[in-house]
Design a protein around this ligand. Sequence first.
Ligand SMILES: Cc1cc2nc3c(=O)[nH]c(=O)nc-3n(C[C@H](O)[C@H](O)[C@H](O)COP(=O)(O)OP(=O)(O)OC[C@H]3O[C@@H](n4cnc5c(N)ncnc54)[C@H](O)[C@@H]3O)c2cc1C
Length: 412
Amino acid sequence: MPRRNWAGNVRYSARQFHRPTSTDELRRLVAGSDRIRAVGTGHSFNRLGDTGGDLVTLAGLPPVIDVDPERGQVTVAGALRYGDVARHLHAQGYALPNLASLPHISVAGAVATATHGSGQTHGNLATSVAGLEVVTADGDLLRVDRDTDGDLFAGMVVGLGALGLVTQVTLDLVPTFEVRQYVRLGLPREALDDALGSAYSVSVFTDWRAPELREVWRKQRADQPPPPADWLGTTATDEPRHPVLGMPAQNCSPQLGEPGPWHERLPHFKLGFTPSSGEELQSEYHLPRAAAADALAALDEVAHLIAPVLLVCELRTVAADELWLSPNHRRDSLAIHFTWTDDAAAVLPVVAAVEERLAPYAPRPHWGKVFVTDPAVLAARYPRYADFAALLTRLDPTGTFRTDLLDHYFPR
Ligand SMILES: Cc1cc2nc3c(=O)[nH]c(=O)nc-3n(C[C@H](O)[C@H](O)[C@H](O)COP(=O)(O)OP(=O)(O)OC[C@H]3O[C@@H](n4cnc5c(N)ncnc54)[C@H](O)[C@@H]3O)c2cc1C
């Protein structure tokens, strides 16, 4: 079990590392520990999940993938990677509505931080959750379902790993489908909204070195016609690309309009290859989609600070939802993502400058990435923040799942 996160910027400070092989063994471990957290695949960039107590991976639990055709749902072991789940589902004729840019992340770890892909009609990955099985602080097994547990369910899904250890997740399914991916270069700023709304899942990449947006990754259903030659003032490419200039395109999902299954096109990166750059930090902010043009104009003022420490910036859309700690709670969102260089000392002041410029648009940071927002400011951006704090106290009165970063944002 690795002692650091994927990016290498967090060395886990746990006193002991565990890999139970059954839910009962996990329950005994939790019941006997005063401080414990789960780690998924370690793709987060902050210390939200870093405990000084016990750190446990659930990857040793049975790799359940149990499709229920009647309900159109699948129940999976929380530690499974989306990419592995997706292959099974596709083989049986099913799909998940959306995926993140990488298939390497665990289902439970991704849902805990409201990880998302893109698409104006798609919620983040947590919105596909229909049920959770959780080991609570006293070692009990709790099942919560969307249909029967209403508000408690909406509070628990984006749980930051702080309400219990998620052993199984039930997800909504759709019939499998094919996608074609086209990359187009040079999008004028004023065409951003049209581009983002033009297909099933659209990402726009830029580098803050020019007013124009560098490229559009348009993932469209295979039966939708290809973008015309003069689409929104962009030009076509005749070779595959990587979002980070200079990185190998072979790491990326197929482009040039070649049709293929949803799970091999919706992520930007292939399962067997390194996603993104590897030597990087990431930050991301969700703000109301209607504020997109104003927010980008506000960032223009700090473009000279952003560009020198940036590998790439990505703009995506996420539909509104009702989950308490979802950054998309009751807001159709534009997500502005920054892949930074791995120089934290140079990056952190720029993160602060970005947050200051975006403040008028009440940005909600990605829970699994680097952010410096003041806790009181963050609390004011979530209508159900206080309810989540109360749920934390109710489900975990002695602070078994607490971490320093969680205490910072949800003081006891
Ligand atoms: C290259 C790269 C690309 C990325 N692309 C995207 C993207 O497209 N969209 C996006 O939104 N994010 C993206 N991310 C961020 C990433 O999806 C999130 O940080 C996600 O939470 C990582 O999942 P994980 O399994 O690695 O979780 P971890 O980082 O291991 O854990 C995250 C949190 O979940 C908790 N947790 C993990 N497993 C469990 C469990 N079984 N029960 C309870 N709590 C648990 C942990 O304690 C921790 O607090 C990217 C990250 C990288 C490195």
